[in-house]
Design a protein around this ligand. Sequence first.
Ligand SMILES: [Zn+2]
Length: 701
Amino acid sequence: MSTRALITSALPYITGDIHIGHLVEHVQTNVYVRFRRMIGDEIAYLCADDVHGTGTMITARKQGVSEADLIARLGKAHVEDLAAFDVVFDRYGSTDVAANREVVYGIWRNLRAAGHVAEREVTQLFDPEAGCFLADRFVKGTCPVCGATDQYGDSCDRCSATYAPTDLKDARSTLTGAIPELRTAKHYFVKLEELRPVIEAWVDGQGHLHPDTARWVRNTFLVAGQPLREWDVSRPAPYFGFEIPDAPGNYFYVWLDAPCGYLATAIDWCAANGSDLATWWPRQDQPGSTQAQPETAQPGTAQPEIHHFIGKDIVYFHTLFWPATLHAGGWRLPSRVHVHGFLTVNGEKMSKSKGTFVNARTYLDAGLDPAHLRYFLASKLNGTADDFDLSLAEFEAKVNSDVVGKVVNLASRTARFVPTLVAAYPDDGGLFAAGAQAGADIARDYAATDFASAIRRIMALADRANEYVERAAPWALKKDPARAAELAQVCTVALNLFRQLAVYLAPVLPRLADQAGQLLGAPITRWDDAQRPVTGNPIGPFGRLTDRVDPAKLAKMIELSLPKEAPAPAAPAAAAPASTPAAAPAEPVAATIAYDDFAKIDLRVARIVTAEEVPKAKKILKLTCDLGSLGQRTIFAGIKAGYPEPAKLANRLIVVCANLAPRQMSFGLSEGMALAAGGTQPQELFLLAPDAGAQPGQRVM
Ligand SMILES: [Zn+2]
């Protein structure tokens, strides 16, 4: 009998784009889902957008649209971005749906009835111009501890002090710049300490958390003798959220209703599919009781599993509030909360200014293969909450060596030599049988979300398969017509070993598995497809399975991720001008390119008609340029630091790249790039100029 499991990823916040940090979690969840389906389990794979809170309200206001329109547009983009990485849900919902309101109201009624709610006055900063209370990150001012300016309302970047926003000096609202006022309003609190037995029983429960995470939660939040702090679950109007039914003018705080979105999405999915919710997310017997419920199944009934995948930054919400909330509502608590660590890029925190804060869409726009990122992330995810690094050099080397060199190569070196697989599987020295036997260990790794270990085992099998092909040398057999039968046998073995690897990699690389299935005329759908070789089938046409990672595309991904307000003025020239007193620091020369690559760049002489400052842009000048027969172009160039008096640039001849894709910046469309040499200091900028006599529009070669 198959097991039912409801599996979720954390709900992305609606106003942000899906980025590679989200992809860590969504790929992790998706690999697990695909594996569970391959072993025959029945899976409901659900997610939703987290849409409530001040962030949505402010963004909608800034864009002059309704919250509903904003949610519809951005939600669609989330679904499309994830689908491009083969992350496709059974249902992708939203936390503002009617089902979620019902869930939240039910939980609230029970919390009230059980006496778990306290009411208290709270004094908070209020923006009198925007007419709303300010969350900590909407207040900036001077750190009360070290005096650093421009610090957020909850903590200081410079001295790491944490404080209340009311302690901040010279506080300003980041929404309007207004000086915040102190205002007092009634807030509603959940008395979490009263639900402590439920929380502790769940945290200590068998398999609910990785043992390291359970220990951390115990030692950090559930310290003996320290009562749990009451949880503020309300916000006064204006707030975008569900209004509290028995406290008009107050709204549920986004973190109360966000996780409820898991349940609401399950409810809507069941309704749409005619499934019985009780067989996916059952109720427990005694809502409101503070006693932990036994989780043992009734004899003869299989309990459905509930799995959440989250990042370690939201452990607090998912291991304290969420079990308490579910219990209050009378719902089954999760079977497992899987916690992953943070992704760093090239050894550092993802950074917008370094171009390493990469959106999913940008990765695709750079022309990179989504399968490669899936593979790399899976090879790093080991089921613990440890951070891990996406080094771009390692990414390139690993994908090229493993996916292309070890797996795809098996097929590309044998698929075109013979038209059909031989009828009886040949003696391969026990290779296929050993691979079949390894399936149990690999499955155990996937089930434990130790994908890194699964990949290591699969690559060990791939190494043995490649040794076989090297020894058998089908390319040599091909040259000798007398050895045609032997060639067919070798190809049959190699292609079956390739297919076996594709089965084991199918949770990570579903498209490769589809292609391998088509190649051998035997679709890959189940885990035990790796147990029996395919024989006698005609070999299908061999298409391109995947390409090597192109480092130029990785560079493009970083370039596209750089902030648009501060474009690099140009590729800095290697040689420093003679007048520079200090020698320019050595900068390694970029990778060699072919002449054809260079010829793609259309450089032209241009005459600056006007050069002007751009309001609010610290580094940018707006250049209106005459390109002769190509007409006039507007170019936003990051050269202001080197040219503090832009009017003096008028009539100068410069060199521009004329065929660079136009780039939309916040202040307008830039239609080219002005070439300049740059040094280490911001003001060291030198526009390139042709000798006298050059005409606007002439090509530079
Ligand atoms: Zn400070």
